[in-house]
Design a protein around this ligand. Structure first.
Ligand code: NAP
Length: 492
């Protein structure tokens, strides 16, 4: 079966920098693209000697600013550089769709250099991508390439449909179709499935195009070499979602369980209707659902478990037998580490303060009430605390009333986003509460593992539980729903 090649775009300011990057990533990629426009000095001798210094095929590209590159010279200069360099061992040359210099093209063809005829659209996905692609091809044997910025989920759907249509019409072949930006990320991982002969990557911090990840991430995290037409696609939908830890958890789980026909991808989604169409087109088998879609997905489900009904939020969807089944694994995921820390059961008369009244608090409050725990909800916006309290028969108040926590302090659950990605003490949402040392403090934030609140609680002798424990516990239930197997334990 045909597979996409993994290209490493070299965007270093010097050849030495590029060679250093190659040393680090060479075992993950099949070919290189030398982005000569990124070099601070364009010496012809450096360009002509480059292919002999590396052991893999090289694409030569001198990209203009209009195509997302850095070349600042005249078109004559650019053509001169290309003409004088490309016969020195380059396998491909990247020429833009409006490239006019016949002599350069002839030099490429005479030297056996394959032309990649490319167009870039940073404004969105063109309506008739197929026509545009067939119009840009000038010589037989050229590879045609479209790199287009995916602005929304509807555009991702359009791009995927067009790529699959072209593949069905013309078969696997000399074609590269890639979606730029976080919304287009799936097209980079699924390039084999979409019929693209090359996918691109670049070094961290020196991205050659929006949405690139480094080659090691594509191989080790996103299982790029294993993906083909039989791969089962899973993922996480959210907005934003590119920094989610779920792809790491699930893809590592697939590897540890030797499940070679599955991949888990982040889908940044701004339109659920379009996503559910995309899910049919790509035959997606299951997704995790995160902020802000946990409530929005519910009308799209064929069935929902009792936890989805009760919490009014769904964080897992599994496709099968023509149905979309919705589950909420946050509830059991929240409860698992809590019960474990308490020896398996929650004693009668247990009282808890829940800080926050957002989507996650809803699952937490429902889980606690199901166990008979008396709950006080404190939130910055009191109306939200009141609404949640009314649903589950709890006490409520303002986050300013922190003295009230003392009466509910067997357990304090922190569910706001205060302290997320923060280490400094001012990101403690309840600075007015002094720990006795007997409380259990559970912060559901998972980055950092030790939030300012948990640090203070641990220093006071409290038992602490972090959000990573909840995340992995809920992911384990999802993994079982997705694959029927247990998620192997993973390091904190
Ligand atoms: P959400 O629905 O947007 O709710 C955010 C909550 O934080 C609301 O109660 C909000 O109060 C409060 N808040 C935000 N900024 C605040 C501030 N500056 N001061 C005081 N309160 C503030 O979000 P969510 O879905 O509940 O998620 C909340 C957190 O839980 C996130 O950090 C998320 O990563 C984490 N989480 C973790 C897991 C896990 O598995 N470990 C699962 C789900 C969520 P208002 O109502 O006043 O705006």
């Amino acid at each position: 079966m045909n597979r996409s090649s993994l290209c490493f775009s070299l965007t270093g300011a010097t050849i030495a920098e590029n060679l250093k990057d190659i040393e680090k990533y060479h075992c993950y990629c099949d070919l290189y693209e030398l982005r000569a426009d990124c070099l601070e000095s364009l010496s012809i001798s450096a360009l002509t000697s480059f292919p002999t210094k590396v052991k893999k095929p090289v694409i030569l590209a001198v990209r203009r600013a209009v195509d997302g590159g850095h070349f600042k010279g005249s078109e004559n200069e650019r053509c001169g550089i290309l003409r004088r360099s490309l016969a020195s061992g380059y396998r491909y040359v990247d020429l833009d769709e409006d490239f006019q210099d016949q002599k350069t093209e002839q030099a490429a063809l005479a030297g056996g250099v394959t032309i990649i005829r490319s167009f870039y659209d940073f404004s969105g996905v063109p309506a008739y991508l197929d026509r545009r692609l067939s119009n840009i091809k000038r010589n037989p044997g050229e590879v045609i390439k479209a790199a287009v910025m995916v602005q929304n989920t509807q555009e991702l759907l359009k791009l995927v449909e067009q790529a699959l249509e072209l593949k069905a019409q013309d078969g696997w072949g000399n074609r590269i179709i890639l979606g730029m930006g976080p919304m287009g990320f799936a097209t980079r991982v699924l390039s084999t499935l979409l019929g693209s002969s090359i996918t691109y990557s670049s070094a961290p911090g020196r991205q050659a195009a929006p949405g690139h990840v480094d080659p090691q991430t594509l191989v080790d995290l996103y299982r790029f070499p294993l993906i083909d037409e039989d791969t089962r696609i899973f993922g996480v939908i959210g907005n934003p979602v590119i920094h989610s830890e779920s792809p790491g958890l699930h893809n590592r789980g697939f590897s540890l369980r030797a499940i070679d026909d599955a991949v888990y991808i982040p889908f940044q989604v701004d339109n659920l209707g379009a996503f559910f169409q995309l899910a049919e087109v790509l035959d997606i088998r299951g997704v995790s659902v995160t902020i802000p879609h946990k409530q929005g997905v519910i009308p799209f489900l064929s069935s929902r478990d009792k936890d989805v009904e009760a919490a009014g939020a769904c964080n897992t969807i599994v496709w099968g037998d023509g149905l979309r089944r919705g589950y909420n694994t946050d509830i059991a995921g929240f409860m698992a580490p809590l019960k474990e820390s308490m020896g398996g059961a929650i004693p009668a008369g247990f009282r808890a303060a829940v800080i926050g009244a957002g989507g996650a608090a809803r699952a937490v409050v429902y889980a606690l009430r199901k166990e008979g725990v008396e709950v006080l909800i404190l939130n910055r916006t009191v109306a939200r605390a009141k609404e949640l309290a009314a649903l589950f028969d709890c006490s409520y108040g303002s986050l300013r009333e922190q003295e009230r926590i003392a009466d509910f302090s067997d357990l304090i659950v922190q569910t706001t986003s205060v302290g997320m990605n923060r280490e400094d003490p001012e990101y403690d949402p309840i600075p007015g509460y002094s720990f006795k040392g007997s409380e259990i403090i559970y912060d559901i934030i998972y980055i950092p593992r030790l939030t300012p609140l948990l640090k203070r609680a641990a220093q006071s002798g409290c038992r602490v539980i972090n959000g990573w424990e909840m995340l992995t516990a809920q992911a384990a239930i999802q993994f079982k729903l997705f694959t029927g197997q247990d998620l192997p334990g993973q390091a904190n």
